[in-house]
Design a binder for this molecule. Sequence first.
Ligand code: HEC
Length: 164
Amino acid sequence: MNKTHFSWVKTIVVTLALSEAALIFIGLQFIPYGRGHNDPPVKAEPEWDSPKTREFFSRACGDCHSNETVWPWYGYIAPISWFLQYDIDKSRNSFNVSEWGRKKSNSDDVAEAVRGGSMPPTRYTILHPSARLSASEKQAFIQGLVATFGSKHESERKGEQDND
Ligand code: HEC
């Protein structure tokens, strides 16, 4: 095969591969999962100890743990939209401040999740810098969460006292 011939074949193969990828990408957009961005109505909220705590929560946690998600533009593009939908369904299922009473399992873990640094997840704060809390904001937020939801340490301590 001479050189010119080879580069023609290469161009055709690359073009075919790219158009196929483009077609697949377009095809993905027609899959309904993750496209609806379903935000059910807010039914009941916890009794926040202060508006400040609620504000911190909506800034750092609300996109995942409430029904008031602000969906980013890339959340409309498959397959990213699928990951977002999956993540948000899972978050709302574990703990949802818009359906308080129904989804409040382990609410005494809330302050702990922030204190320990597992929440908000890094994958979120990378894309949402405004969700990052300074050390003093974090301290104030943790106090607010303990006042609103209680604390695991406290209930453990209470448990110990009950045993006396
Ligand atoms: C990017 C989405 C996202 C954000 C933002 C986020 N979380 Fe989560 N959170 C999750 C997911 C997903 C889970 C479920 C983890 C699992 O099941 O493995 C979870 C689990 C939890 C749990 C455990 C619930 C239980 O059943 O015990 C708590 C508590 C929690 N998050 C608190 C917070 C708090 C407080 C914030 C804000 C500081 C926050 N999360 C921000 C996604 C998020």
